[in-house]
Ligand binder design. Structure first.
Ligand code: NDP
Ligand code: 2IT
Length: 455
């Protein structure tokens, strides 16, 4: 990809100042390229060095986490919190526990989060954190000890008006519970410092469902612009965690047919389609048993299990013919060959549940071939938006019904969708959700930064 000369020096500086952080470079490149039209039109942003400022975190915290396994072995992990941008609200974004977590991964996630949170229309700044801790195969007691040790340090950097983490890969209701308990014990106060809490202790109805549901609402709105709907559409979903499970659930509700899901070892192709009963099994398998998706094929012999080929440049899940694709696992799961396979099979729409699952070359292939493409920072914003709704409920002491939260979630997803299209139109790129999301998110944060002076 040729980098536009207006932003090439900015990207070059990001690359040289952040060595060994390819995911952060990738996210910076994707955003900078699409900001060119607004940077050309409104010179104040470059004069004030807003893109450059947005690419340096306000603060990055890195710390040691020491804990003990059940058999007494001492373990050392790295913990992080990237407090990226607080121009429009307190830092907000998830915590990820996965062995491939490092500074660069969290900087890319925090950078994306700033735009996503701005698009939501809520007063939320952006941050992200986590650890290279691997939750796989750990006992419940080990998870608890790790979460407590992690929060023992992170606590001093958090506050319900300063920085409010939530879940992400490897961090679900169980981990949020253990971290919340430790935070409350240290502070001796009960505040909504984390979102994704349990329903009986400050959580919001629909927060677990929100990312997956919001993703599907967004995709439905995209198809609606073409007079089409999800009804009867064959869909590919990847991942099998929180986002995937509720994306599948909402797709079933809207009468779509879902034929795939996956984990990091392989994928399931169920040509008969996933039913509510099969989805209930998948939820039990992943959330209670903490098993692998391969076990689904043992239970439902109509389904095929395909192990992933290590270091493959193609993920064969994306080569299965379908109408719509919903990557919901992790970054860079759709590369050039996958995008070409999707195009060849006539996929109409790709909406990202995961953060940055499609690399920049693959995005270009999809867009050039007329696939409707929605970036994660727009399409998966339903999770953080509902975290925002959880915060409002915590501040006010109110509890909203499922219907009330769902209505607000749908309204927020529609607002993001319509903002993307309106901004894309304004900048001469009708239907381009990437330009719409990036410029729409950028403008809100950039204007706040300018108003607040040189900080
Ligand atoms: P979960 O931990 O619940 O599930 C993650 C899923 O992705 C699992 O199926 C996991 O498989 C798979 N996966 C993880 N890492 C890899 C990898 N390196 N290669 C292949 N598969 C992998 O996480 P979530 O569902 O919460 O998150 C999924 C994505 O959605 C992430 O990109 C996250 O950032 C994004 N997201 C999450 C939001 C939320 O509210 N939770 C909000 C917005 C975006 P395995 O079991 O093998 O690890
Ligand atoms: O990527 C994301 O938006 C999340 N993991 C959710 C963040 C949040 O604060 O709810």
């Amino acid at each position: 990809m040729i980098i536009h000369p207006l932003v090439a020096p900015i990207l070059a500086e990001v690359v040289s100042a952040n060595p060994g952080e390819p995911e952060f470079h990738q996210a910076a490149e994707e955003v900078l390229q699409t900001l060119v039209p607004i940077l050309e039109k409104e010179r104040k942003y470059l004069k004030e060095k807003i893109p450059q400022r947005m690419l340096v975190p306000e603060r990055t915290i890195e710390f040691r986490v020491v804990w003990q396994t059940d058999n007494g072995e001492v373990q050392v992990n790295r913990g992080y919190r990237v407090q990226m941008n607080s121009a429009i609200g307190p830092y907000k974004g998830g915590l990820r526990f996965h062995p491939n977590v490092n500074r660069g991964v969290l900087k890319f996630l925090a950078f994306e989060q700033v735009f996503k949170n701005a698009l939501s229309g809520l007063p939320l700044g952006g941050g992200k954190g986590g650890s290279d801790f691997d939750p796989k195969g750990k006992s419940d007691a080990e998870i608890m000890r790790f979460c407590q040790a992690f929060m023992l340090e992170l606590e001093r950097h958090l506050d319900h008006r300063r920085d409010i983490p939530a879940g992400d890969i490897g961090v679900g209701a169980r981990e949020i519970g253990y971290m919340f308990g430790m935070y409350k014990k240290i502070r001796n106060e009960f505040t909504g410092v984390l979102t994704g809490k349990g329903l009986g202790w400050g959580g919001s109805l629909l927060r677990p469902e929100a990312t997956g549901y919001g993703l599907v609402y967004f995709a439905a709105d995209m198809l609606h612009t073409k007079g089409d709907s999800l009804k009867g559409k064959t869909c590919l979903v990847s991942g099998s965690g929180n986002v995937s499970q509720f994306a599948i659930e909402k797709l079933l509700e809207l009468a779509a047919k879902v034929i795939t899901f996956s984990d990091s070892d392989g994928f399931i192709y169920d040509k008969d389609g996933i039913t509510y009963e099969k989805l209930a099994y998948l939820k039990w398998l992943k959330n209670e048993k903490r098993g692998r998706v391969s076990e689904y094929a043992e239970k439902y012999p109509s389904a095929e299990y395909h192990p992933v080929a290590r270091n493959a440049r193609q993920n064969l899940l994306w080569a299965i013919p379908a109408d719509c694709a919903f990557p919901c696992a992790t970054q860079n799961e759709i590369l050039e060959n996958d995008a070409m396979a999707l195009v060849q099979n006539g996929v109409r729409l790709l909406a990202e549940g995961a953060n940055m699952p499609t690399n920049n070359a693959a995005i270009e292939i999809l867009q050039k071939n007329g696939v409707m493409y929605a970036p994660g920072k727009a399409a998966n914003a339903g999770g953080v938006a509902t975290s925002g709704l959880e915060m409002t409920q915590n501040y006010s002491g109110e509890y909203w019904t499922r219907e009330q939260v769902d209505q607000k979630l749908q309204a927020i997803m529609r607002h993001i969708h319509d903002t993307c299209l309106a901004v894309a139109n304004e900048f001469g790129a009708p239907g381009n959700y990437v330009i719409g999301a990036n410029i729409g998110g950028f403008r809100r944060v950039a204007d706040a930064m300018i108003a607040q002076g040189m900080i």
